[in-house]
Design a protein around this ligand. Sequence first.
Ligand SMILES: [Zn+2]
Length: 426
Amino acid sequence: MTKTDLCTLFARGPVFFDGGMGTMLQARGLAPGMGAENWTMSHPQIVRQIHLDYLEAGAQIIKTNTFGANPLHYPHFDEIIRCGIGLAKEAVERSGRPALVAYDAGPLGRMLRPLGPLDPDEAYGSYADMMTCAEGAGADLILIETQTDLAEMREALRAARAATRLPVMVTATFDNAGRMLCGTPPEVSAVVAGSLGAVAVGANCGTGASDMIPLLARMRRATPLPLISNPNAGLPQTVEGRLLYPEGPDLFGARGPSLIAAGASAVGGCCGTTPDCIRALIEACRGVSPPTASSAPVMLASDRVVFDAALVTRSAVTWVDEVRGALLNDDADTAAEALSDAAEDEPSLMGLNLCGAAGHEAALGALLSQITYMIHTPLCVTADDAAMLRAFLRGYVGRAGVFGCSAAHEAECRAVCREWGALWLS
Ligand SMILES: [Zn+2]
């Protein structure tokens, strides 16, 4: 499966994903709180049968039972991934249907700095190892899902793109207020994921379908990419210590056309959904046309807001000149203070001049770790040195705009922009 093939599939949509796996396994005895991926190797027949049930219901893309199989939690994560992909491929073969196997990568389960202790490079390395293994095991696609931290989502995507040639899709998880755990809204996650090469973006888990409709509409205005919607079977209620999902197949399925009308090219389910839910969803969406192509503009983004790149000029940026002087003195605290003072006036964009500041990468990294998830104004930089630009983009959790200031280093700086999804502006 190439990226072009996948784009064609989505354009012809709607495409149907399968539904929940963990909650299906819990219904068969998996202890609540135990990772579903544990059953991949211990209960292969059950996992394969659930895949088959989803395929028979009509799912066109099935997710492997590998959600939590990562190096931070399982020394043998690679065996689980290979086994999980093998079971899904066997199910597709047995079903005789032309379905695709998406390698399912959930979050690592530890927050990245600054929200938690995990080093971004370690997260990147873990994802790269997982993705390499998945491609080797024959996955058709990669689905990075249930992402709650924008910084982690970036590392997962960068790793998938660097380590494999597979098309990558990303879905993040939002609460009822439309925020990821790190506070990021749907339009920002869509812009950042798109900037790092995702073929399709969207939302899964967290909410039921009705609460996902406004999230899709917000993504639709910010990205031209196909959108994926994999909601839960409603908002769960706790009954006698167990989570119960209120929507049965009819109610769940009936929401499908509204998800597509809100912009989803692909729909399926997450926690609490069953093969019957997917069957009802497909039935309810029969004859529904795929969404028309979005004409969303190219956007920059901070962790909280997007900004139309067509409106960005050097003079539209509030340049915070004190930052450069502070960085030259390796004084990250003063630089952070200058930025936060400038942000108080609520400019629409702020700019950092990094020209002539080569060699001060450590101070720049320290500055960014102080302002990540604290200053929400989108940032632009002007840079003449690839190492400084890389240090900036590595720490900037968003999609930055970059102005060049040295023809001699332009090619190098543009390459760094591509690697980190930043937008080259001149
Ligand atoms: Zn879920």
